[in-house]
Design a protein around this ligand. Sequence first.
Ligand SMILES: [Zn+2]
Ligand SMILES: [Zn+2]
Length: 124
Amino acid sequence: MTSGADIIHHGGCQCGAVKFIARGAPICVANCHCRDCRKATSAAFTTFVDFPRSCVTFTLEPSIFHSSPTVERLFCSTCGTPIGYRGDGSLDEINLYLGAFNEPENFKPTEECHQESALWKNYK
Ligand SMILES: [Zn+2]
Ligand SMILES: [Zn+2]
């Protein structure tokens, strides 16, 4: 995994209307199997990259949908790309979806979340 305080990761949506930079190493990289993430991304599960909010800057701001009173889902209102979410008890953190990064290969999952909700337990 690429790390170091001087590293800058670039990301954004499919159409380019939302752009962000994230500085340094992430707190964690997690595959999340919960229903909320499944619905938010229309994918079987999602992989998010968790950064301190102070390390992430939106150079082009996303739109926000409140999926619950404490959770903000960030997305592009032009092309629909899900960007990530904030909230849910981690007020200092922002979770950016792996696929929103321009170089997602820089990150590797460090944990699995909500495996009890995983669609498939064992598959090959
Ligand atoms: Zn877009
Ligand atoms: Zn989740």
